[in-house]
Ligand binder design. Structure first.
Ligand code: ZN
Length: 287
């Protein structure tokens, strides 16, 4: 297993972690000052800063991406909506390419309208079918430009509104069907917040293997959790055995950055510098 205690060269910051404190250029600069090697920005942050300007900023700062957040949300209530989702995913692939991302992360979506509190229907099987068709179509486009797609399974508490793919096994079944040759074009983003509880986790990480393990997101699961979306914990403050899971990832061949992704009203309310220093300290000691 890699030794993370001596430096920050294996650390990445998912920029949602600081989204309420700083705009993207300032996040990149703060990371660069600390020698952090990588970030994973969100599309809205990149749009606010400008795509070309962000690409230039990253190059000048010597910071690479550990992923690009995010594509997905494939299901829709009608043909027009399905087509619009595919078009938006092609744009996300192009942006990821412009930023030299190693993968585009997919949060696949579920019941159309559910995120806004108005689900168009109750047919999650239909949503899952539309997700697989959407990934297949996007994969064809992404292969053409050389951008790997990383399916991120989300915790089942988000099955209605954000993602109807909820386990690593489910995501890997889709990978096996759409990319049986394990080409590296399709894989998974393992986010411990979503999958730490899964009794199949060790087995599925081993099944994924190096070709399919495209990203690794860390935070912690707090007890109690006060908000399903925005109460993630800083590594070490919760109940996830982070070192054990990283051991499984690395034994399966994963050698990419460890990406800190913390959606948390508590951490968003602290100064950015303090949050970054905590991320670094915890990565060195508990991740
Ligand atoms: Zn994630």
């Amino acid at each position: 297993m890699r030794d993370l205690s001596t430096g920050v060269e294996h650390l990445s910051i998912n920029t949602a972690t600081l989204r309420k404190q700083l705009p993207l250029p300032a996040i990149v600069e703060a990371c660069a000052r600390r020698g952090i090697a990588a970030v994973d920005p969100w599309r809205d942050q990149v749009a606010a800063a400008g795509l070309a300007a962000t690409a230039r900023l990253l190059r000048d700062a010597g910071i690479r991406l550990s992923g690009y957040c995010r594509g997905g949300f494939f299901p829709a209530a009608d043909a027009g909506g399905l087509a619009a989702a595919l078009e938006d995913n092609r744009r996300a692939v192009d942006e990821a390419k412009a930023l030299a991302a190693p993968c585009l992360v997919l949060v696949v979506g579920s019941l159309p309208g559910a995120l806004a509190g108005r689900p168009a229907h109750k047919d999650i099987a239909l949503a899952r079918a539309q997700v697989e068709e959407g990934i297949a179509a996007t994969l064809e486009y992404a292969r053409g430009v050389g951008m790997p797609l990383a399916i991120e399974p989300l915790h089942p508490m988000q099955a209605a509104d954000r993602a109807c793919i909820n386990t690593l096994a489910q995501a890997l079944d889709i990978c096996d069907r759409l990319d049986p040759g394990r080409s590296g074009a399709l894989g998974v983003a393992v986010d411990i917040y979503h999958v730490w509880w899964d009794p199949e986790l060790a087995r599925q990480i081993a099944r994924a293997g190096r070709e399919r393990l495209l990203a690794y997101h860390v935070c912690d699961w707090l007890v109690p959790t006060r908000d399903l979306l925005n109460d993630r914990g800083m590594m070490g403050d919760g109940v996830v055995d982070l070192r054990k899971i990283r051991g499984w990832m690395e034994a399966a061949g994963f050698a990419g950055p460890v990406e800190v992704e913390i959606f948390s009203e508590a951490w968003w309310s602290r100064p950015a510098e303090e949050v970054l220093d905590a991320c670094i300290a915890r990565c060195k000691t508990v991740v």
